[in-house]
Ligand binder design. Structure first.
Ligand code: SF4
Length: 66
């Protein structure tokens, strides 16, 4: 799995950080998403899929091939 985030789309809702705190963080100054781990390990992927699903602005894109 590969993750990309579009920081221009992100509205700083933080849903992704709640779903997958090992993979996503937010900038202190404005809450915009920071991608900590663009190629997450297997055990994190279900949480990453949930994060992408719950993101209100569809700022998280996933590529499922390894
Ligand atoms: S859930 Fe989406 S909009 Fe919210 S902080 Fe994460 S990437 Fe940004």
């Amino acid at each position: 799995m590969k993750i990309t985030v579009d920081q221009d789309k992100c509205c700083g809702a933080g849903s992704c950080v709640l779903a997958a705190p090992d993979v996503f963080d937010q900038r202190d100054e404005d809450g915009v998403v920071v991608l900590l781990d663009p190629e997450p390990a297997e055990h994190l992927r279900a949480a990453v899929r949930e994060a992408a699903d719950v993101c209100p602005t569809a700022a998280i894109a996933l590529t499922e091939r390894d």
